[in-house]
Design a protein around this ligand. Structure first.
Ligand SMILES: NC(=O)c1ccc[n+]([C@@H]2O[C@H](COP(=O)([O-])OP(=O)(O)OC[C@H]3O[C@@H](n4cnc5c(N)ncnc54)[C@H](O)[C@@H]3O)[C@@H](O)[C@H]2O)c1
Ligand SMILES: [Zn+2]
Length: 684
């Protein structure tokens, strides 16, 4: 039956299942943290003989979603033979390249730095994990003693050592000398456990994790973070969110001084509780410990040293001072630890910013990275709670953190990363994006790397459009009536809380009534002007405030119309509102340039496909005016154009994209006609 399917070795199947189970529970390891392995035999296609192999989770990837393709496959005899050529700990990094000469066949995923630990330990199944409970013991000042007290001789303490070949040799020796041991606590770092069978390894891992956490629950002191700090308790939710949104653009600007970042915000209880207690400034300063954690969080966070009641203005002023000292401090850390062959400094800005009473802002090159950085700081808080509860938190030394952060192997990994997309790190807000031109624009901006907020009248439609574009790391939907100032402010707050700030705003929301002057009611006039003229004014105003606070420039693009230039019958309300929008482009370009904010417009015409405006009466009306069938309207418009081409929503989206790229970095106050050529609407 399974003749046609490539057979998966049962050892591999077990390994993947075990990894997925372990990775599914965040108490067992952090996202993409840790690795697992199994040793077994397969027939060597070259000799027809049995060959002993090591399958080990490759570099990158998450245990929870590991598939056989994520495993590196090495020949065990060759991998172990490396011991004979190992040049010593000073040159242990060279062994990573040597792993490539041990691969079986194409070898699967790239072997990670932890491969040695898995291959050298004499056990058929090995798990290396970063559980908060295990790291709590690993980072306790008296971790070695605690390990003995909690686990007896079944778990052995391994003093901190940077991951690599030597750590693998150390653990292999420990296993050999302690045949009764089921695993070890790796000082400052995590745990490693093993077994003769996959079940046994999994049981050892879970036993260590659960025993550590039960011990912490039973023996930890009542207030591991110290007594409650007067004035530092969490603000009520609405107030807290409002303050977070008011601070977000400034904080993103701080985190982006060296390079633009996407932000993530959380006000999870665990964060608020940490910040509400007396020891948080000291612990914050000590920084994170597990290498996985501080590679994503930087060695330490920036902590606002003001109570929850501090005003937004006070908080902003203090954050700006703290940002300066954070950067000096980071430069000091680099200078103290760098050697002549260290990679260049990578940016001095914080990746984690903590605001008492409010929550945590975390940053990364995209939303997923920013979110995971926040998750890792939550892991670190859990670790500190456990360690302080039993003993005192003692992370690895600064110099060791530096050796990890500026490790040549880490640098090589960064250099291998694909070039970012043109709009990477940019946060876009597109109004009226649940349909037509707006939807096509949101899709285009997302496909070019932007994070996108889809704002429209119907929350349901906005969310459906966002879901079609991607996960919440890529696009989110929010409800807004752009003619309502309070609703616009709320949409801006939602935007900055979703992605940290805003860089790119597309004033696209609109609707169209085609009526003669005498048939146009006052309500018609007001509606057209409220949604398009006033609506885009309100959105531009709210967005510009955030952009100015961020200090990262920005783009505001108006979807105006050919009708802002062209005069024809039955169009007085719509055409005048479009002309208003078109002049806002010039006015705001003149005003906002000093903040690096460019303001441009796109003038579409005759976009029938996908347009709600055309589907809801305007199309029928226009068709009647021109004496053609409604379904032929797109072709009719095409024939009126110079290029004789139908204009599609994607054509407008492409123009918006171009306006926002670096290619047009020196262009503001411009309108781009996207109408396939209409001489009567030429700009002059
Ligand atoms: N389709 C064309 O040929 C054409 C030509 C020139 C200009 N435009 C302009 O392009 C923009 C998009 O038009 P489309 O053709 O994609 O239409 P569409 O009807 O498909 O999309 C407009 C979207 O705006 C939303 N919207 C309306 N009022 C809103 C409000 N008060 N607050 C928030 N959202 C609101 C609608 O719900 C809808 O999803 C409009 O500004 C329109 O005037 C379109
Ligand atoms: Zn590790």
């Amino acid at each position: 039956m399974s003749d046609l399917k490539p057979t998966v070795n049962p050892t591999v199947e077990q390994l993947v299942e075990r990894s997925n189970r372990l990775g599914a529970d965040p108490r067992n390891t952090n996202y993409a943290g840790g690795n697992t392995s199994a040793k077994g035999t397969e027939t060597d296609p070259v000799t027809g003989e049995d060959v002993e192999l090591l399958w080990v989770k490759g570099s990158g990837g998450d245990l929870g979603t590991l598939t056989p393709g994520g495993l590196a496959v090495l020949r065990l005899d060759r991998m172990r033979a490396l011991v004979d050529v190992y040049p010593g700990v000073d040159r242990e990094d060279e062994m990573v390249a040597a792993f490539d000469y041990c691969l079986h066949g194409k070898g699967g995923a790239a072997p990670s730095i932890d491969t040695a630990m898995h291959g050298l330990v004499d056990a058929a199944h090995v798990d290396h994990l970063h559980p908060d409970s295990g790291i709590a013991i690993a980072t306790s000042a008296d971790g070695e003693e605690l390990t003995r007290t909690i686990f007896g001789d079944e778990v052995v303490w391994v003093p901190w050592r940077r991951p690599g070949f030597q750590l693998g040799l150390d653990i292999a020796e420990i296993k050999e000398k302690n045949p009764q041991a089921r695993g070890c606590i790796l000082g400052g770092h995590g745990i490693t456990a093993w077994g003769d069978t996959s079940e046994e390894a999994e049981a050892s891992s879970l036993w260590i994790i659960e025993t550590a956490s039960a011990y912490i629950a039973e023996h930890a002191k009542a207030e591991p973070f110290g007594p409650a700090l007067e004035g530092y308790a969490a603000l009520p939710e609405t107030e807290r969110r409002a303050k977070a949104a008011a601070l977000a653009p400034t904080i993103r600007g701080i985190a982006s001084a060296d390079r633009p970042m996407v932000g993530h915000f959380t006000d999870a209880d665990v964060v608020l509780e940490f910040l509400a207690h007396a020891e948080h400034p000291r612990l914050g300063e000590l920084g994170t410990s597990c290498p996985d954690h501080f590679l994503r969080t930087k060695v330490k966070p920036l902590v606002l040293d003001l109570p929850a009641s501090a005003s937004v203005e006070e908080s902003i002023a203090r954050l700006q001072e703290l940002a300066v000292s954070y950067r000096e401090d980071y430069q000091g850390y680099y200078d103290r630890n760098a050697t002549p062959d260290s990679p260049a400094i990578r940016g001095k800005d914080p990746l984690i910013v903590l605001v008492p009473g409010v929550g945590m802002f975390s940053f990364g090159k995209d939303k997923q990275t920013a979110r995971v950085a926040g998750e890792f700081y939550v892991n670190a808080i859990n670790v500190m709670r456990g360690a302080e509860g039993l003993s005192s938190y003692a992370p690895i030394d600064e110099s060791e953190k530096f050796r990890i952060e500026y490790w040549a192997l880490e640098e090589a990994k960064l250099q291998r990363m694909p070039k970012p997309k043109p709009l990477a790190t940019r946060v876009a807000l597109v109004t009226g994006a649940a349909s037509g031109i707006g939807l096509a624009t949101a899709r285009k901006l997302a496909s070019e790397g932007a994070c996108v907020v889809i704002a429209d009248l119907s929350l349901e439609k906005a969310q459906a459009a966002a879901a079609e574009i991607g996960s919440a790391d890529v696009a989110v939907g929010v409800q807004v009536d752009v003619s309502d100032a309070a609703a616009v402010e709320a949409a801006l707050r939602a935007t900055v809380l979703a992605f940290g700030g805003v860089d790119l705003v597309v004033n696209n929301a609109g609707l169209s009534l085609s009526r003669s002057l005498l048939e146009t009611t006052e309500q018609d006039w007001d509606l057209q002007h409220d949604v398009m003229a006033k609506g885009s004014f309100l959105v531009a105003k709210a967005a510009a405030r955030a952009m100015i606070e961020q200090g990262m420039g920005g783009d505001i693009v108006y979807i105006s119309s050919k009708n802002s230039i062209f005069a024809g019958p039955n169009n007085v309300a719509y055409g005048a509102a479009k002309a208003d929008q078109a002049h806002q482009v010039r006015l705001l370009a003149a005003e906002l340039g000093e903040h690096g904010i460019k303001v441009n417009g796109v003038n579409p015409d005759g976009v029938v496909q996908g347009s709600g405006i055309f589907a809801s009466g305007w199309g029928a009306n226009r068709a009647a005016v021109y004496g053609v069938e409604e379904q032929d309207l797109g072709k009719f418009y095409a024939q009126r154009t110079i290029l004789k081409r139908e204009v599609l929503p994607d054509n407008i989206a492409n123009a918006v994209f171009v306006l926002c790229t670096d290619d047009l970095s020196h262009t503001t106050g411009l309108h781009i006609p996207v109408d396939a050529g209409v001489a009567a609407a030429f700009l002059r």
